[in-house]
Design a binder for this molecule. Structure first.
Ligand code: GRF
Length: 205
């Protein structure tokens, strides 16, 4: 399975994906930011990279679409990609774009998820891998990981503790999509040939 990863910055999820290419190959990395540290990580793995400025989103999507039409990926992974893709763009890849978001969606779409979980005195926090549609962080959830929130936690400690779990969640999910264990068919999400209506949680708290 050929995978293209979109990033905007650090690229730790990209690195985890590069390390765990069991059932898939990352063939290209696209960044909207030329300074993204993740670009160097991709290059260290010998993966082709392209920077596309998103200052004019319509133009950027036209360029990205042309590139993707050449690459013809089976899956597009948004891993810390900080731009919202238009309905038009997404419609070219139905159920072929996934995103990792640092909250237990539908809770806390958007930014500052860790602080918002703390402000609401949640006892459990986590991350979600979901399909991407035209709405921010609203596409159908596929899988989630959970962590406990302690009285000492700050947004920083939560973000730090969650990140390694995010890496596991994303790499496991992509590998299971690539192996055919997770798939979308006839408007339903399947895991191990069973229709599932809730996100998969491999290690529930
Ligand atoms: C991660 O927390 C991810 O959930 C969010 O952005 C962050 C990206 O981190 N969407 P990195 O660039 O993968 O290190």
């Amino acid at each position: 399975m050929r995978v293209v990863v979109f990033i905007s910055g650090r690229g730790s999820n990209l690195q985890a994906l590069l390390e765990q290419q069991n059932n898939y190959t990352i063939s290209h990395v696209i960044s909207n930011c030329s300074q993204a540290a993740g670009l160097q990580i991709a290059q260290d793995y010998g993966v082709a990279t392209t920077v596309i400025s998103w200052r004019d989103p319509k133009q950027a999507e036209t360029k990205a679409l042309a590139l993707l039409n050449d690459i013809n990926p089976d899956l597009i992974v948004l891993a810390g990609f900080m731009r919202v893709l238009s309905a038009d763009f997404v419609s070219n890849f139905p159920f072929k774009i996934i995103n990792i978001h640092p909250s237990l969606l539908p809770l806390y779409p958007g930014l500052n998820t860790h602080q918002r979980a703390l402000n609401n005195q949640q006892s459990i926090h986590g991350a979600t891998v979901h399909f991407v549609d035209q709405y921010l962080d609203q596409g159908r959830s596929i899988s989630q990981c959970q962590i406990k929130i302690t009285a000492e936690d700050t947004a920083e400690t939560l973000a730090h503790r969650l990140l390694s779990k995010e890496h596991q969640l994303l790499t496991t999910t992509v590998n299971k999509i690539a192996s055919g264990e997770i798939y979308w068919q006839d408007n339903q999400l399947y895991y191990n040939n069973q229709v599932i209506t809730q996100p998969i949680v491999w290690s529930k708290i």
